[in-house]
Design a protein around this ligand. Structure first.
Ligand code: KG4
Ligand code: ZN
Length: 343
């Protein structure tokens, strides 16, 4: 890396779902500020994200969050090299707020604009605290909307080798949590409840997708949990939430871990990383650590704050895109179903 690259400052903006976030990142991996305004409390009363409310809240918060990110980093807009922003995938109204804001700031300050794929951002979160991590490596991406197994060939270059056929892993956590009354967002609640439960108490299915060793399917598991709950309610049996949470979680974790490690081995990767909101799950982190250790693979994971949605990860991804020459025009639009690897 030359000296110029080391001094590159990215102002990054993220608003694809229910967090309004801004960050300043120096030299690709040094996070100078990471401001996140979460709307979780607001959406909790509806049991999930209400897109219209999310967009309105982003509009209210975004200027404040950006100002704070610049202040905490001790820089002004004039110091910034480029503005990075998530332009997809996500909720269209939510994405549009960040994209419009980034375009206005970049245009007004005369800075280049770099649109970032949200999932590329999640993967890039691994670079923040792991200075030695460089592609190639295998990465399991598990968020509320995505479950992908990829080989990261180079910065921003992905080979997708597996994906979910139905629900995303985070979606399964959220649906199961709602069914047992743990509330929203389900992942952290299930994680918490499972700590006191027995993962072997209830036998839930570990689904395989015939002929696709790296694909996932969670709808059967979700149905099995719902059937279990309905059956218990009909027969008047008590549901031990901690046991149910632990048993469900271990079924998810087992398939995520076994498929990821197999992929790393088959593709000759010595490194395996995890990314996305579900990557902050304590059981998944523990099981990955153990399985990777046994298989002689180095395991990488971001701190929880960099697993769930944040703008620092977008700043890191924008930095590598910037170095590759990615620039977007003032016609950049939100792309709610942007595919990984698409520009
Ligand atoms: O990456 P993220 O913040 O947003 C998306 O891009 O989707 O992921 C949110 C998802 C939610 O489904 C949430 O329940 C899940 O990540 N999640 C967790 C945990 N923390 C967040 N799932 C399991 N265990 C956790 N500790
Ligand atoms: Zn996300």
């Amino acid at each position: 890396m030359d000296n110029g690259a080391k001094d590159i400052l990215i102002l990054a903006i993220e608003s694809s779902c229910d967090e309004t976030a801004a960050s300043v990142v120096r030299g690709g991996r040094q996070v100078l500020s990471n401001v996140i305004s979460s709307q979780i409390a607001l959406h909790t009363q509806f049991g999930g994200v209400v897109p219209e409310i999310a967009s309105r809240k982003h509009i209210e918060k975004i200027n404040q969050v950006i100002t704070q990110a610049l202040e905490e980093a001790g820089v002004t807009l004039a110091d910034i090299t480029a503005v990075g922003v998530t332009y997809g995938p996500g909720l269209v109204g939510a994405l549009l707020v960040g994209v419009a804001e980034a375009k206005a700031i970049a245009y007004g300050a005369g800075k280049p604009l770099v649109g970032v794929h949200h999932i590329e951002g999640h993967v890039s979160a691994n670079y923040i605290e792991n200075p030695d991590l460089e592609p190639p490596f295998a990465c399991l991406i598990v968020s509320g909307g995505h479950t992908h197994l990829v080989i990261v060939r180079d910065y921003g270059e992905f080979e997708i080798i597996g994906r979910t056929r139905d629900d995303a892993a985070g979606e399964a956590f959220d649906k199961v949590a709602r069914a047992v009354g743990l509330g929203y967002p389900g992942g952290p609640k299930v994680d918490q409840a499972a700590r006191l439960g027995d993962p072997h108490a209830i036998e839930f299915p570990r689904a395989r997708v015939e002929g696709s060793p790296y694909d996932f399917s969670f709808s059967g598991l979700k149905s099995a949990v719902l059937n279990y709950i309905n059956h218990a309610k009909m027969t008047g049996e008590e549901i031990v939430v901690a046991d149910l949470a632990a048993s469900f979680q271990s079924a998810v974790v087992e398939v995520l871990v076994s498929r990821s490690v197999l992929a790393a081995q088959e593709y000759g990767c010595e490194k395996l990383a995890i990314a996305g909101g579900v990557a902050s799950n304590s059981a998944l982190r523990g099981a990955m650590e153990e399985a990777c250790h046994k298989a002689g693979i180095r395991f990488y994971h971001p701190s929880p704050v960099f697993c769930t949605d944040n703008a620092a990860m977008i700043g890191v991804a924008a930095y590598y895109e910037y170095l590759k020459g990615t620039r977007h025009g003032w016609d950049l639009n939100a792309v709610p179903n942007l595919k990984l690897g698409e520009r």
